[in-house]
Design a protein around this ligand. Structure first.
Ligand code: SAH
Ligand code: SF4
Length: 469
């Protein structure tokens, strides 16, 4: 979601004349878009700010007539630390949270005025003065004030993220999201459709619907009532030229009957789902306030596999949650063994300020958490390797989304999000082609284009059904 937000910030800044540059050295403004989910991510912000401060100083020495780059910190660390951040890093010009970036032009104008005052005789020359802070959760929804989304600015232009839902009311005891992103909010269906049409008109073929709990989506329907995620997917599936739909991150508790069903009926919905479980122990799941048991999760997986037998799963795991015993951890290993993941993200529990779990007394020692993480990751890696190996000899449809490192090489994504390298001409970029998988490496696959498909004209995949009633 931070990638999507950063792109939208670029959209907001484009009318002011800003364009993206490759690195901070040449920039007139640098925005760090930050993540607070784990301590490690949050710590990185200050080390990065230290480097940017040096850059700013160096520029004021080499180019005394030019003010150093304006420095802004966005995202959830900015939201959580706000004024404290400005006190700790007074050289930062603007600090703003994830819900106020549509106000960037006003913030920049204010920061410019402050800097001009500081540059006047008697002012603090070269410095920008007091920083601007905006970490409100404003009444107005930022999406109503953002300019239309442009097709993806980073990397591939035939795939795009599209935020449809933000925030969370679930309050898992380990998680900062409800505090930093705010209450759950769904964008109206009409706005999502309009943004998707615009992306597809700009060449996008695959859209990933984003939300902290994307399957809790309940956006206003045009007219009256609400659309759930299944209905939204059905509405998007009829857009001609849109060939693949994905959604992330989904919560096991919000998998509805209609959502299960659409996995079996909508051909554009890719057979790959990220469904975080966090733990396989019911005791720990309850302490985390997840609202489901391991058996509920297994039932969801079974149902997905029943409606879409070729579906592959990825998940998130936390080890070393306070009070996690060896037996609790073994339950997680058993769950992983049974589910068999295609891919996964696993983390050592990180106590986050202001969350209930951070106050629990029975914190798991660091070395115990680290050892468990290593065991879990070994198992998950084995499963991922085995999944990739099973692709060898199969034919897969590939969306060719970028040029490879070697001339004449292209990289595409399989339905299961695997990167696949093939040889082919740049004219194939943005197309879906059939590929025979010839080898599986640690993090990617290799394949060969089948000549008849390589020459086929681009045609959108037909959905097996257009609407859910
Ligand atoms: N809404 C999603 C997850 C969003 S956060 C869900 O409920 O499943 C993304 C992932 O970060 C989580 O799935 C979790 O595995 C990890 N995470 C969140 N808070 C964490 C913490 N305090 N320590 C370690 N991992 C954490
Ligand atoms: Fe965080 Fe996800 Fe739990 Fe919400 S449901 S509190 S985003 S882990």
């Amino acid at each position: 979601m931070n990638v999507y937000d950063s792109d939208r910030m670029a959209d907001v800044l484009a009318p002011l004349g800003y364009t993206s540059v490759d690195g901070p050295e040449d920039a007139d403004m640098v925005i760090l878009n930050t993540c607070h989910i784990r301590e490690k991510a949050a710590e990185k912000v200050y080390s990065e700010l230290g480097r940017l401060r040096q850059l700013k100083q160096a520029r004021s020495e080499t180019e005394p007539d030019r003010r150093g780059p304006m420095l802004a910190v966005a995202g959830c660390v900015a939201q959580a630390e706000g004024a404290e951040m400005l006190a700790r890093a007074p050289f930062v010009d603007i600090v703003f949270g994830p819900q106020t970036y549509h106000r960037l032009p006003e913030m920049i104008a204010k920061a410019e005025r402050t800097a001009e005052r500081a540059a006047k005789p008697g002012g603090r020359n070269g410095s920008r003065g007091a920083g601007i802070l905006d970490t409100e959760f404003p009444e107005e929804a930022k999406f109503d004030h953002l300019p239309n989304a442009q097709p993806k600015r980073h990397g591939a232009s035939c795939t795009a993220f599209l935020t449809i839902q933000e925030g969370c009311d679930k309050f898992c005891t380990f998680c900062v999201v409800p505090y930093t992103r705010g209450v759950e909010f769904s964008r109206p269906g009409r706005a999502v459709l309009a943004e998707c049409h615009q992306l597809v008109d700009g060449g996008v073929r695959e859209v990933t619907l984003l939300g902290q709990n994307v399957n809790a989506y309940h956006g206003a329907a045009p007219g009256s009532g609400n659309w759930d995620l299944a209905e939204l997917i059905a509405q998007l599936a009829v857009i001609e030229g849109l060939e693949r739909i994905r959604y992330t991150t989904s919560h096991p508790r919000d998998m509805t009957d209609r959502l299960f069903d659409i996995h079996g009926t909508c051909a554009k919905l890719m057979p790959y789902l990220h469904l975080p479980v966090q733990s396989g122990s019911d005791r720990i799941l309850a302490a985390m306030n997840r609202g489901y048991t391991a058996a509920d999760y297994h039932a969801a997986v079974a149902r997905l596999r029943q409606v879409r037998p070729d579906i592959a799963l990825s998940g998130d795991f936390i080890v070393g949650f306070p009070g996690e015993s060896e037996a609790d951890f073994e339950a997680t290993m058993e769950l992983v063994d049974e589910v068999n993941y295609a891919q996964a993200y696993s983390f050592k529990y990180s106590p986050r300020p202001g969350t209930p779990a951070a106050l629990l007394e029975n914190q798991v020692p660091d070395d115990v958490g680290a050892a468990r993480l290593q065991r879990l990751q070994e198992l998950l890696n084995q499963q991922q390797q085995a999944f990739n190996q099973r692709m060898v000899g199969r034919r897969l449809p590939l969306l060719l989304d970028r040029a490879g490192r070697r001339p004449g090489q292209l990289v595409g994504r399989s339905p299961y999000m695997q990167a696949v390298h093939v040889d082919g001409g740049l004219n194939l970029l943005g197309r879906i082609v059939e590929v025979e998988i010839t080898a599986a490496h640690a993090n990617s696959l290799a394949g060969t284009l089948s000549p008849p498909q390589a020459a086929a004209p681009r045609r959108p995949m037909e959905p097996r059904m257009g609407r859910v009633s």
